[in-house]
Design a protein. Structure first.
Length: 265
């Protein structure tokens, strides 16, 4: 199933489906997809004029592929302009992902601070696309195109704090308007930023993830290349802390992200 087909499925009632194994990330389903599906369930419970401003995501446990999973939503509060929403991804009677979302309508303000400029990168045409190799890369990577431009690849022994490049859905996907659900997948497609520091393969996964969206969203397609860069700010005792941003190809800010990751090495 394509990304859009899974999004359409979760919009229907009841809010339950099985994530195909083609979207697996090791023994779990791709976290960016899980977050996107739960977000869609939450989005349906909020007035359309209230854009999502931030999501705080905790991956409690792995979401098994090909096993039914449900998406529960509680609207905690609706104020004059802001809605606070809690989402729970449940599988086998256990909560496997929690998302707290803040949705807010625009309001007049005297405060206007521009984003810092996007970093310079080699053009995507000058960067080799990471080919999908079955059995070597996570299954979900068959659906996403990535071109490395900054820092080292995972397990390369790199000492660079920065990692990044270009990302979009693959060419065989249907072009659609870029939504917050797609942005979740594009940002989470990148491996934990601590993995390039290692010299041999080891497991790593996201523990918590906070992402903030710049509203209104830019008029982009899912087949437009987006620029991503993450910086590892600190890592010790098996945990890493990283900050990342996603921009359009012409340098306009799309989203800001922070993650706490675990690494088993």
């Amino acid at each position: 199933m394509r990304f859009s087909e899974l999004l359409d499925a979760v919009r229907r009632q009841p809010l339950e489906l099985s994530i195909p194994a083609s979207w697996a990330q090791g023994r779990a389903s791709f976290g960016g997809l899980v977050a996107a599906l739960q977000f869609e369930a939450m989005r349906a419970k909020v007035p359309s004029d209230r854009s999502v401003r931030s999501l705080a995501i905790t991956f409690v446990g792995p979401v098994e592929p090909d096993v039914p999973v449900s998406f529960e939503v509680d609207v905690l509060r609706e104020g004059k302009a802001v809605s606070q929403v809690l989402g729970r991804v449940v599988q086998k009677g256990q909560v496997v992902t929690l998302i707290q979302g803040s949705f807010g309508a625009s309001r007049p303000s005297e405060v206007a601070v521009s984003a810092e400029p996007a970093p310079e990168m080699k053009h995507w045409e000058a960067c080799q696309e990471l080919p999908f190799v079955e059995g070597l890369l996570p299954e979900f990577m068959r659906h996403l195109a990535m071109r490395w431009s900054v820092g080292g690849m995972p397990f390369s022994g790199s000492t660079s704090r920065q990692m990044g490049g270009w990302v979009r859905l693959r060419d065989d996907a249907k072009a659609e308007a870029l939504s917050e659900a797609h942005i979740l997948a594009l940002v989470d497609a990148w491996p934990p930023s601590v993995l390039p520091f290692l010299k041999k393969p080891a497991m790593g996964s996201t523990l918590t993830w906070t992402i903030e969206f710049v509203q209104p969203l830019l008029d982009l397609s899912t087949l437009d290349w987006c620029k991503y860069q993450v910086e590892t700010e600190y890592a010790v005792d098996g945990y890493g802390h990283a900050a990342a941003r996603l921009w359009s190809a012409d340098g306009r800010l799309i989203a800001m992200s922070r993650q706490t990751v675990t690494v088993f090495a």
